[in-house]
Design a protein around this ligand. Structure first.
Ligand SMILES: Nc1ncnc2c1ncn2[C@@H]1O[C@H](COP(=O)(O)O)[C@@H](OP(=O)(O)O)[C@H]1O
Ligand SMILES: [Mg+2]
Length: 363
């Protein structure tokens, strides 16, 4: 809700900050992180969260802080109506709504505090004995600014850093597939619980019983659909082209922002997600992959890095032992074929040389 509201009222230059790594962050990123942190804190008070953002930039800009809190308030205002305050839960929600509706300085500080509640940059490292969440409040911020695909991504990892729960909310993804008629529902929600499968529902549908199991169907077309980042700064499009030529099957390419690409593979919109970034030294971040990787896994597809190594999700946030990602639908030998095609590329040696020792390729 918060993201949709900001997208509808977006003033691109005013509502955006450029981070040190030159990537953009918007009012929606901050507001979404605050709202998700608010609910996680309410239900799982002790749990730590590795969120992508922190509030430092917002604290420096009162105009931005106001926009962030306005967006949060707009999204949360429906809350009291949804809960007639007749029971404990209802009373809690009403009380929360009063905080939400308060516009004073201390309530603004509380919301900024919630952004930092979900930040290890603000709160320090997480101990090795704790489970933790990872949150990308708006993944695909560049897609969000272009009014294309983006996703709100949340995953729960145990103390062993294994993803146990993954959720992707994709407000601009047609439901149930990319080829759905233009009048179909826009907005898809997918989630997975390790060992219990993956599920798919229209984002607007709040009835969990209407969800359908998400299971990758075998490929029926002769053409392999490859999905990759829209942004050439995030994906080496030329390398991807060469890899596709090596596969010796006709391919078509779909370019899309965010972890919506994992959902596209999990539900058969695409057969291969290939991510080899342009910068050989770039390392992926856990909030960009944890939820999507579990969803494709539980849907029956597979995800590894481009060296064929299993994806790892360190609580520190940076996937230092992985390079890129390959996810494919379940099909005999397809994953191995794509990894081999990447390894056969003239540029691959440059990437492989940056993987720390001890991280030798293994499927
Ligand atoms: N140079 C780079 N190479 C690869 N990925 C990058 C990158 N700079 C930023 N990213 C990550 O790519 C994510 C978007 O991926 P995609 O291209 O699949 O949409 C960004 O997430 P955010 O939009 O949450 O910042 C960001 O974390
Ligand atoms: Mg991201």
């Amino acid at each position: 809700r918060v993201a949709r509201h900001v997208q509808a009222t977006l003033v691109p230059i005013q509502d955006r900050v450029i981070k040190e790594d030159k990537s953009p962050v918007t009012v929606a990123d901050f507001a979404s992180q605050a709202v998700v942190a608010y609910y996680l804190k309410r239900h799982f008070a002790a749990d730590r969260i590795v969120g992508e953002e922190d509030a430092a930039a917002v604290r420096e800009r009162p105009d931005l802080a106001k926009r962030v809190v306005d967006a949060i308030r707009h999204a949360m205002v429906g809350e009291p109506a949804a809960a007639a305050a007749t029971d404990d839960e209802g009373r809690t929600r009403l009380f929360s709504a009063l905080i939400v509706l308060t516009t004073d300085h201390s309530s603004t500080m509380q919301w900024l505090g919630l952004i930092d509640h979900a930040s290890t940059a603000a709160r320090g490292p997480i101990s090795a004995t704790e489970r933790f969440w990872t949150l990308d409040p708006i993944d695909g911020t560049k897609g969000f600014l272009r009014r294309q695909q983006y996703a709100v991504c949340l995953a729960l990892l145990d103390a062993q850093q294994t993803v146990q729960v993954g959720v992707l909310a994709c407000p601009n993804m047609p439901f149930p597939s990319l080829t759905s008629s233009p009048t179909a529902t826009t907005g898809s929600l997918a989630w997975a619980v390790r060992g219990h499968g993956a599920w798919h529902a229209p984002l607007a549908d709040t009835d969990p019983l209407s969800a359908t199991p998400l299971t990758v169907a075998p490929r029926t077309s002769a053409t392999l659909t490859v999905i990759e980042s829209y942004e050439s700064a995030h994906a080496n499009h030329a390398l991807s082209q060469r890899v596709q030529a090596r596969l010796a099957v006709p391919t078509s390419v779909v370019r899309m922002d965010s972890q919506a690409k994992y959902l596209a593979v999990a539900r058969g919109d695409a057969h291969v997600y290939l991510r080899v970034v342009g910068d050989v030294h770039y390392r992926e971040k856990i909030w960009d992959h944890a939820a999507g990787a579990l969803i494709v896994h539980e849907a029956g597809a597979a995800a590894v890095d481009v060296t064929g190594r299993a994806l790892e999700f360190p609580r520190e946030g940076v996937m230092s032992r992985n390079v890129g990602v390959v996810a494919t639908v379940r099909e005999d030998g397809l994953l191995e074929k794509v990894v081999k095609a990447v390894q056969g590329d003239e540029d691959f040696a440059r990437y492989a040389a940056t993987v720390p020792s001890g991280a030798s390729p293994k499927m």
